[in-house]
Design a protein around this ligand. Structure first.
Ligand code: ZN
Length: 399
């Protein structure tokens, strides 16, 4: 709730887009809390924050947890923030109990998970996993016209550590579910086994600007008309594929966007998701073929670019077992789940065993100011996280 005051919005939500003044204030607060809890703080060159609770054996790879503190423009108090603060709570609980672990524990804040103020989303964890180059992240231009490198300097979060130099024994991310399943099934814990794959296509349809009053209907090359037909056609393909396919056209740019001019150019984004790589590829191909067919019939040009391709991720079986076992030993009801959303853990899974713990959120609502979660569920997730991390880190002294 204290973190929720930073960048607070009128309806209970938060706006802390990555590396904004509000995000800096949230980061500063987190760092202060971690220092108070005895953690050593480090940043890497893309601003990822690592708060380390030292272990008895400094040579051991760290047992890591965390998530993100940045939010959507109308974000909630819990998306990302819960995972970071659950990690801090693990540190505080170990301090309170006087437990020393063998391996160090790192609580991580990944930079720019949401990708609102600049792209790409999941930037910090992508750089850490070597999926995106540091130079690319630094050169990204924010909505305020600054570069990310400039913002890292002004906020004071430009570190010297190279992303990925730090080795993790494992990474466990706690997160609100952002969907309705746990609430409907009346379960406290979701043990995430897989994250579905995600692709972004940018489609540019080119027709010809023209006068709305003087151009006969049969002489038009209306880019919006063709794009609208494409959206209907590809949504039909997605619906007819299976229950897992997801397609969203959430961004549409119409040019010149004048009421009396036939639209000459339209750019839109296809956000395409499926848990199975072959099915995702097949969806992608069928949609592209349908759109090209419509462009040809409509006499408009079409260009399709793939902006992002995140393959489906299967989390580490041993770590997933450890999470499930922890939840069960603590007496929490749990189910295995697929994550519909992308998370930093899917990047980290490329370089270390990774897993996720989901907790229910009210009405499955997220990316919304009304986002909410019950204290008992948040506590259950943090307790499961503690037990899992403790098993991996090894305790050398009983409380
Ligand atoms: Zn998130």
């Amino acid at each position: 709730m204290d973190m929720g005051q930073v960048g607070a919005l009128p309806h209970g939500g938060c706006c802390r887009t990555a590396l904004s003044a509000e995000d800096k204030a949230g980061r500063d607060l987190f760092v202060r809390w971690c220092r108070d809890a005895g953690c050593e703080i480090a940043f890497d060159v893309v601003g990822n924050i690592f708060a380390r609770r030292p272990g008895r054996d400094p040579a051991r790879a760290s047992v890591a947890t965390g998530s993100h503190l940045d939010t959507q423009p109308h974000g909630g108090k819990f998306d990302g923030i819960y995972g970071v603060l659950a990690g801090l709570e693990v540190v505080r609980a170990l301090n309170d109990a006087g437990v020393e672990t063998e391996a160090p524990i790192d609580v991580v804040v990944w930079t720019n998970e949401e990708g609102v103020r600049f792209g790409p989303p999941l930037a910090g964890s992508s750089a850490f996993a070597g999926v995106t180059g540091v130079e690319l992240v630094h050169a990204a231009v924010t909505l305020d016209g600054t570069t990310v490198r400039q913002d890292l300097e002004t906020t004071g979060y430009l570190g010297s550590e190279r992303p990925g130099d730090r080795k993790f024994d494992c990474f466990v991310e706690a997160h609100i579910e952002q969907g309705p399943i746990l609430e409907a099934e009346k379960k406290s814990i979701g043990v995430v086994t897989r994250v579905q794959g995600l692709r972004w296509l940018r489609v540019t349809v080119t027709g010809m600007d023209g006068h709305a009053g003087t151009t006969p209907m049969n002489r038009r090359r209306d880019a919006l008309l063709a794009a609208a037909e494409m959206v209907l056609a590809i949504n039909r393909i997605a619906r007819e594929t299976d229950e897992w396919a997801r397609l969203t056209n959430g961004r549409f740019i119409v040019e010149p966007n004048g009421g009396a001019t036939i639209p000459g150019r339209v750019v839109f984004i296809c956000d395409l998701r499926h848990p199975n790589t072959a099915a995702l590829e097949s969806l992608d191909q069928r949609m592209q073929a349908a759109m090209r067919g419509i462009a040809e019939t409509g006499g408009v040009g079409i260009e399709i670019e793939r902006l992002m391709d995140k393959p489906p991720v299967t989390f580490d079986a041993e770590l997933v077992d450890a999470i499930r076992r922890s939840a069960q030993q603590l007496g929490y009801s749990c189910i295995d789940m697929l994550s519909g959303a992308g998370h930093d853990a899917m990047n980290v899974a490329r370089v270390a065993p990774a897993g996720m713990i989901f907790v229910p959120c009210k009405d499955g609502l997220s990316h919304n100011e009304a986002e909410s979660a019950e204290p008992e569920h948040l506590a259950a997730g943090a307790q499961t996280l503690l037990q899992t991390l403790l098993e991996r880190a090894g305790r050398s002294k009983l409380p």
